[in-house]
Design a protein around this ligand. Structure first.
Ligand SMILES: [Zn+2]
Length: 298
């Protein structure tokens, strides 16, 4: 299975983890919309992180990971439903990306995602539908790469010791992505002495070192359970759950009609071409067409 996350635990449940790989989901995202190479890589990395974090959370609805910034990429968004449907897109200024690469002498290189957003935030939202509270977490987008930004979130907002790696691989025109994460489980009360504490610290450090040894070729090419066994066979690795993901968009003519209808009448007039207003979904490329009368309030 190529689009999947596997839940596992280590060292007799002292730590929990997730490993994720996205292949066809990314292929579909890039079939529906074309992006400059750096934007595509950033979308793919953001999607892997989104799926990784969504897979840690219990929810029934939509999990959204959004990065917002003041740079050439202003928005990166990936959302994941509890049923495993994934979509992602970006807002960006292609000219500003080119100009930044000329200035930094990095033409043709793939730069870390936070470079493109500059100052901004990383936001997690869980929407469980009508009559439920929106759960939201926000952290400054600080770090030399997306891994560091995500670790900051876990440290500041969740206060759970977490370690993670994200991977990108370009095959043909498609940026595939993958990730692995481990977390300390909340301490159980009881007879935890200093010895246990030290032993746990040692195991945690060993697991982090093992994670550092994981190569890109392995996470993209091997069976993910095999990857886990190879890495953690001396740390009582146990696989508990597997979830599959597919590309899926939630746009509809009705939703778009609602959004467009809320615009100012003069802005709607500006969009009219040959008597029609057409709008394209950024996520899936679906084109919707409206008569002016459908959008203007009477
Ligand atoms: Zn759509």
């Amino acid at each position: 299975m190529n689009d999947t996350s596997i839940s596992f635990n280590l060292d007799n449940n002292a730590f929990r983890g997730r490993i994720v790989r996205l292949d066809n989901v990314m292929r579909e995202i890039f079939t529906h919309a074309q992006y400059p190479d750096n934007v595509a890589a950033a979308i793919s990395e953001t999607t892997a992180l989104g799926v990784l974090i969504a897979s840690l959370m219990k929810f029934d609805g939509i999990f959204t990971l959004q990065l917002q910034g003041s740079g050439p990429i202003s928005v990166l968004v990936a959302d994941v439903t509890s049923a495993g449907k994934v979509r992602a897109t970006a807002k960006y200024d292609a000219k500003a990306i080119e100009a930044a690469q000329v200035l930094r002498k990095t033409e043709g290189e793939i730069e870390p995602t936070p470079h493109w957003l500059e100052h901004g935030n990383l936001i997690f939202t869980i929407d469980q539908g009508k009559n439920t509270e929106l759960y939201q977490g926000v952290v400054d987008l600080k770090g030399k790469n997306l891994e560091e930004c995500a670790l900051r979130y876990f440290k500041n907002s969740e206060q759970i010791d977490t370690y993670l790696h994200l991977y990108l691989d370009k095959v043909g025109d498609v940026w595939k992505s993958a990730g692995i994460l481990i977390q300390k489980m909340p301490q159980k009360g009881g007879k935890d002495g200093a010895d246990d504490e030290n032993a746990l610290k040692e195991l945690w450090n060993e697991d982090k070192i093992l994670m550092d040894s994981l190569k890109k070729e392995e996470i993209f090419n091997l069976d993910l359970k095999e990857v886990l066994f190879r890495l953690f066979h001396e740390h009582q690795v146990r696989v508990s759950k597997e979830q599959e993901y597919v590309f899926g968009c939630r746009c509809s003519r009705e939703k778009l009609q609602q959004t467009l209808s809320s615009m100012k009448p003069e802005d709607i007039e500006d969009m009219v071409e040959n008597g029609k207003i057409t709008a394209t979904c950024n996520f899936c490329g679906q084109v919707y067409s409206f008569d002016k009368g459908e959008l203007l309030k009477h």
